[in-house]
Design a protein around this ligand. Structure first.
Ligand code: MGD
Ligand code: MGD
Ligand code: SF4
Ligand code: MO
Length: 907
């Protein structure tokens, strides 16, 4: 059922782990309108650019609509029987360890719960792992070692209450934008201090008092130095250490080994004065929150990095107290939910453990199974290696795109191509992973599915159904349960709806919990044997589940107020005490050399989400940064003869790709950065994980995504083209001589091509392709115009009076001059913008440039003009003059950067 016009329905954003509440309704044009939910505690009505554009990413375009076997549409009955039959056959012939599930933090808790129950409880293997292995597994391992359980002790309000906020390995401004906005506002009110620790100068530095550009991988040295400093300067909280912790001596001895400022300086490459200021501020600020994310986790020493941070918080008694706590911010909307229901191969559901016979007995009795897996399964990369070696013969991939997101992506594609049986459940019809599927299963996506997700602060929120499902798409939990039934496990998977599954999961969290301690103690914190306890939700009626308001776990009474965990110094370890862990600095796995002199860092941009299957559908989100790029310093650009906007060949030991150069002060000399979003569906040669090796943390199995030695070379080409078309498939017909990137626009696609052919040859080739497409699409009443302007050849096809497709070919295009092209499809010949195609000059007011403010549609040129002509001296003045930054605020850091750059480089 779609929401009735004018009825706002509450749900949760599809994207990041902030977990913002949204309200949605279908408007009179049938479009989904989305606004922030002012009552949701995570965002209090705010949304970022991605949340605001959710309405542009729903619908039927590009969707997988029917189950398929070997690319042929089949009925659900056939598809489910095939999956169940093949899995059973493989298990019969090769044993239960020959099958695997690779799942995702983008499944709902209910989906995740049944996937885990099927693999660990009934198949009897623990070969189920999740993309959280690439994302949060170092934090999980660090939390378990220190606290005895995988728990984030704090809540978002702590960021607003702290006097010192340290953001390390986190680009909060772009990756958790609403949390960043909350922090920006808190700083304006309370003048707290903010320190950013990141080798890169990111937009997050916009609100920082200090940026520590440490050398990649040197975090442990920095935090060990801090622990040693705290000890030397009488800043340890001995009362707390004595009462609540164990193991300080060893951790301290290790920290002291290289803990003097000179050693820290040598390893981190930071200024001595900066290091000291950071240490003094930490020592002096009782209310400190340390936020950390992938710069910490995605490392061969990720788990130790986490523990080196936790050590400093434990040593000062700053865990789970108001305004004072370590804070691992999660990435995906349900990364936390997956960890709770046992999505990782080394954990059981409800925070129970393999090594604990009480736990395994309780689970076996609860699920009524005698086949519970008895040992941890294979972690993500080991799982794919096991397919390569032939040990695993059937894999089911759900809600993740490993052919793009795992390291060594070319090898992963080959592994999938050679795997005897690959099942993929996805919402979209074409992804790099789906191209290798024997069976493709159409899943409901955000806005169609219903269930729960848990955000970074342990808050469980409902995702609600807003729109009807397209085609034959089904909920993931339904697909899994139907396969389970056909495999012969019917009784255990006979759920009527997602509420049934949630209640069972809530019940499972209560197994073996000590009754007496359940609930709040006198400090207002929760004291439980296993803090993950949803006893207050076990008896939900269908109506209560449907209406469930967002609430943080533990939930021992329905809808209880916010709680912090561990604030009373009682932890979930066997002794009840938190553990210090001795952490030694270890360098990154692969260092630079003469052959590979630069270190490649990878991560995210503001407006794209992972492998772009959803954000790539939004024209607005595609405009902010429209091409895969390599950020590099002016010094490295000069050293390697790279011109601004040039195409760069980036080469590592594993492969090579082509990226557009962005020369800026973001990266220090010797370091380069590239986002990992683009893939074979959006560009011909820009998939970053082609370059990245699969080295990983020995404890967590998390890959080192942020430090790959590479070399770079200019990649010369003879001609370039910008092509607007309604048919994206032109891109896939390019020859190997032609490199392309495609981007969604309002009525079609913009494809950028660089070619080894001469401009005339490229023109002829493109014109032929377009004629072919037109013929195929049976375009009637067409007109062709082909013209030479300023050494560029331009070509347009009209259907009747309306522009159907067009291209510009040259030996040297400046893409930023053609930003108006985005909007041309569908416009009449008489439109001044269409005319501009033939005169080479866009009318005034339309040379907006790359989009900076997605909400108010303000481009880079408008902002530059405002700064120069109106001499704006502050972000506020830019906003007043152009409206940029007056929507969700995600672009404010970029406005600061532009202001700085233009003021440094006056014309
Ligand atoms: N726009 C957008 N937002 C997202 C996502 C998205 O795809 N797009 N994805 C979501 C997901 S799943 C995740 S996991 C989060 C990730 O959120 P973040 O972790 O904030 O994002 P990243 O860009 O991966 O990396 C963070 C920073 O770590 C820095 N870094 C690299 N090496 C080091 C190092 O050795 N030490 C330190 N201290 N820092 C280092 C990088 O320069 C980078 O700025 O974002 C979530 N939010
Ligand atoms: N180089 C580099 N690589 C990285 C990272 C990095 O920083 N650098 N970060 C890593 C991290 S932290 C993460 S989290 C991963 C993310 O990597 P992935 O999980 O591979 O990325 P997504 O694009 O989110 O893939 C989700 C897929 O599920 C589909 N989907 C969406 N919703 C649903 C649903 O409800 N059901 C089903 N069945 N399918 C659905 C989407 O269409 C898409 O194909 O990438 C990792 N890879
Ligand atoms: S910060 Fe943005 S992407 Fe993340 S949940 Fe909120 S609106 Fe969605
Ligand atoms: Mo992630």
């Amino acid at each position: 059922m779609s929401p009735k016009e004018n009825t706002w329905i509450k749900s949760t954003c599809a994207y990041c782990g902030v977990g913002c509440g949204i309200e949605a309704r279908t408007n009179s044009h049938g479009k989904l309108e989305v606004r922030g939910d002012s009552q949701h505690p995570a965002n209090l009505g705010k949304l970022c650019s991605k949340g605001l554009a959710l309405g542009e990413t729903v619908g039927i375009e590009g969707r997988l609509l029917k189950p398929q076997i070997n690319q042929q549409d089949v009925s659900w009955e056939e598809a489910l029987a095939d999956v169940a039959g093949q899995f059973n056959r493989v298990i019969e012939r090769h044993g239960k360890e020959a099958v695997a599930f690779y799942v995702s933090g983008q499944l709902l808790t209910e989906d995740y719960y049944v996937a885990n129950k099927l693999m660990k409880g009934f198949v009897g293997s623990a070969n189920i792992d999740t993309n959280s292995r690439l994302c949060m597994s170092s934090s999980v391992a660090g939390h378990k070692r220190a606290f005895g359980a995988d728990i984030v002790p704090g809540c978002y309000e702590d960021l607003e209450m702290a006097d010192l906020i340290i953001l390390t390995g986190s680009n909060l401004a772009w990756c958790h934008p609403v949390l960043f906005q909350r922090l920006r506002e808190a700083k304006a009110k309370r003048h707290c201090k903010i320190i950013v620790i990141d080798p890169r100068k990111t937009p997050t530095c916009d609100i920082a008092d200090m940026h520590l550009p440490l050398l990649p991988g040197s975090d442990i040295a920095l935090f060990n130095g801090l622990l040693a400093f705290l000890s030397e300067n009488n800043s340890l909280d001995f009362e707390y250490i004595e009462a609540a912790t164990e193991g300080l001596d060893l951790a301290l001895a290790t920290a002291f080994r290289f803990g003097d400022i000179e050693s820290v300086q040598a390893v981190t490459g930071l200024d001595k004065a900066q290091i000291l200021t950071f240490y003094q501020l930490f020592a002096a600020s009782k209310k400190t929150v340390t936020v950390y994310s992938q710069g910490v986790n995605q490392s061969t020493s990720g788990t130790n990095k986490v523990n080196s941070i936790l050590n400093c918080h434990l040593a000062t008694g700053r865990v789970g107290k108001p305004g004072s706590t370590p804070f691992s911010v999660t990435g995906q909307p349900n990364a936390m939910g997956g960890r709770e229901v046992g999505g990782l191969a080394n954990m059981l559901a409800a925070h129970m453990d393999f090594g604990n016979p009480e736990h395994t007995q309780q689970i076996s009795a609860f699920w009524q199974t005698d086949n519970l897996a008895s040992a941890p399964g294979l972690k993500a990369i080991d799982m794919f290696n096991a397919i390569e070696s032939g040990q695993i013969k059937a894999i089911w991939i759900m809600a993740t795109n490993p052919a793009v997101s795992l390291p060594e992506s070319k090898r992963i594609s080959t592994i999938l191509a050679n795997c005897p049986y690959v099942v993929v459940s996805d919402c979209m019809a074409d992804t790099d992973t789906l191209r290798h599927a024997n069976v493709a299963l159409p899943a409901q996506g955000w806005s169609e599915k219903s269930g729960t997700v848990t955000n970074s602060e342990r808050r469980i929120s409902r995702q609600r159904r807003l729109l009807p499902s397209p085609g034959e798409a089904k909920p993931d939990w339904w697909i899994i349960c139907e396969v389970a039934k056909k495999m012969g496990f019917g009784d255990a998977f006979d759920y009527h709806n997602e509420a049934d599954i949630f209640r069972e999961y809530a019940q499972m969290t209560t197994l073996g919990q000590k009754e007496a301690t359940a609930g709040m103690n006198r400090h207002g914190v929760c004291a439980l044997s296993r803090p993950l306890n949803l006893s207050g939700l076990t008896g939900l009626t269908a109506k209560q589940y449907h209406q469930m308001p967002p609430q943080q776990w533990p939930v021992t009474t329905y809808n209880q107020p916010t709680v912090r965990l561990f604030g009373n110094g009682e932890f979930a370890t066997p002794s009840g005490k938190a553990q210090f862990i001795a952490t030694d600095h270890r360098p990154i796995a692969a260092t630079t050399s003469r052959q590979y002199p630069l270190l490649l860092n990878s991560g995210r941009i503001r407006d794209h989400w992972h492998t772009m299957t959803r954000s790539g559908l939004s024209p607005r989100l595609s405009e902010h940064i429209s091409e895969p790029f390599l950020a590099l310093s002016p010094q490295d650009a000069e050293r390697f003869s790279i011109k601004p906007n040039a195409l760069v060949n980036v080469i590592s030991r594993k492969g090579e790709i082509l990226l557009r150069a962005r020369i800026s002060k973001e990266c220090q000399s010797g370091h380069v950065f590239a986002p990992f979003h683009w893939n074979n569906c959006t560009t011909s040669m820009g998939k970053v994980n082609t370059l990245i090796a699969d080295q990983r943390d020995p404890l967590s199995g998390q890959p080192e995504f942020k430090a790959t030695p590479v070399r770079i070379e200019p990649s010369p080409y003879q001609s370039e083209a910008l092509l607007i078309t309604q048919d994206k498939h032109i891109a896939t017909s390019m020859s190997p001589q032609q490199h392309w990137t495609s981007q969604r626009t309002h009525n079609g696609h913009l494809i950028r091509v660089t070619s080894q052919q001469q401009p005339e040859q490229l023109h002829t080739w493109l014109a032929a392709q377009m004629t072919h497409v037109q013929r195929y699409a049976q375009v009637k009443d067409q007109q062709l115009i082909s013209i030479e302007v300023n050494n560029e050849s331009r070509y347009a096809q009209f259907q009747g009076n309306q522009l159907h497709s067009a291209f510009i070919v040259s030996d040297d295009l400046h893409p930023s001059d053609y930003d108006y092209l985005y909007t041309l499809i569908g416009r009449p010949l008489s439109d001044p913008l269409v005319q501009a195609l033939f005169t080479g000059k866009a009318p005034p007011g339309h040379q907006n440039g790359r989009l900076v403010c997605a909400c108010k549609q303000v481009g880079v040129k408008t902002i530059e003009q405002a700064i120069r002509a109106k001499s704006c001296c502050s972000v506020k003045e830019i906003s007043d003059a152009t409206q940029a930054g007056t929507g969700c605020g995600s672009c404010l850091p970029e406005l600061t950067l532009m202001l700085e750059e233009i003021q440094i480089k006056p014309i």
